[in-house]
Design a protein. Structure first.
Lengths: 114, 149
């Protein structure tokens, strides 16, 4: 799975380049995220601007990443498409994740907590 | 037009590999766009069908390749019907019923967050009717979405 990553201070900005995060890639995606987290990246912005479709297994990978970070940091989401947002609402995950319309806002929100 | 007979239908078939599910998803969304569901409904219907196919591959076939999963789409005057079928291990009506509700969790307690098991809840939230049955070893989940008037 192709993922673009960049670092802004202590924050890791992760942008999956796949159009779909479904059952065929969710295990690989989760593995990459957990490796980053275990290597000390505890403040993560997940930019979903390229992603047109996520199913429950893709969502599970994102939830699993948040649970791996635990109370040592946070994972926030930015630039999510309205259609993909449906999945977060249906599963009430919109109440779990902070969701921002731009990367700048997401980075700023995390920076204020460091 | 006769309400009891579809005026258009198509059957898609894939080998039971997770890599093939995106092809079903893309085809379902294209059909939904064609029959004038709005963008959100098309996305949601694609999501429901993908969740049903995920379940067929993971649970009915234990993620084993070499089996057939069939998706039939029938368009009626007032509704679209999606039937996902497999001939693997069936789901008991009890399992099916229990999993309809969203797993309980507290948003601010991350240890309670579910990492899976929400597929049937998603399907049930989106579709107007959901029916699961096994006939002569063939398991079929039928998902119905009515057109908005």
């Amino acid at each position: 799975m192709q993922i673009n990553e960049k670092r802004i201070g202590e924050i890791l900005v992760v942008r999956p380049l796949e159009k779909r995060i479904d059952a065929s890639v969710s295990t690989g995606f989760k593995g990459i995220m957990i490796d980053w987290i275990n290597n000390g990246n505890k403040q993560i912005v997940l930019d979903l601007s390229e992603v047109e479709f996520i199913d429950s297994s893709g969502l599970g990978a994102i939830v699993s990443s948040l649970k791996t970070i635990g109370n040592e940091g946070d994972l926030v989401i930015c630039r999510i498409r309205e259609t993909v947002m449906n999945l977060f609402r249906l599963t009430r995950m919109n109440r779990v994740f902070q969701i921002f319309s731009s990367e700048d806002e997401a980075v700023k929100a995390l920076s204020n907590r460091i | 037009m006769n309400d009891h007979a579809p005026y258009k239908s198509i059957t898609l078939s894939i080998n039971s590999e997770l890599e093939n599910i995106s092809l079903i998803g893309i085809a379902v969304r294209a059909v939904c766009d064609f029959i004038l569901f709005n963008k959100n409904d098309s996305y949601n219907i694609e999501l429901s069908v993908v969740e049903a196919v995920n379940n067929a591959i993971k649970h009915a076939y234990n993620s084993e390749s070499g089996h057939n999963v069939e998706v039939n789409i029938s368009i009626f005057s007032n509704k679209a019907v999606f039937q996902i079928s497999d001939i693997g291990k069936g789901m008991s009506s009890n399992q099916c019923h229990l999993n309809y509700s969203c797993p309980d969790f507290e948003p601010d307690k991350i240890e309670t967050l579910p990492e899976g098991g929400v597929g049937l809840h998603i399907i049930n939230s989106i579709m107007d009717e959901v029916l699961y049955e096994t006939v002569k070893g063939k398991n079929t989940i039928t998902l119905v979405k009515y057109f908005k008037k």
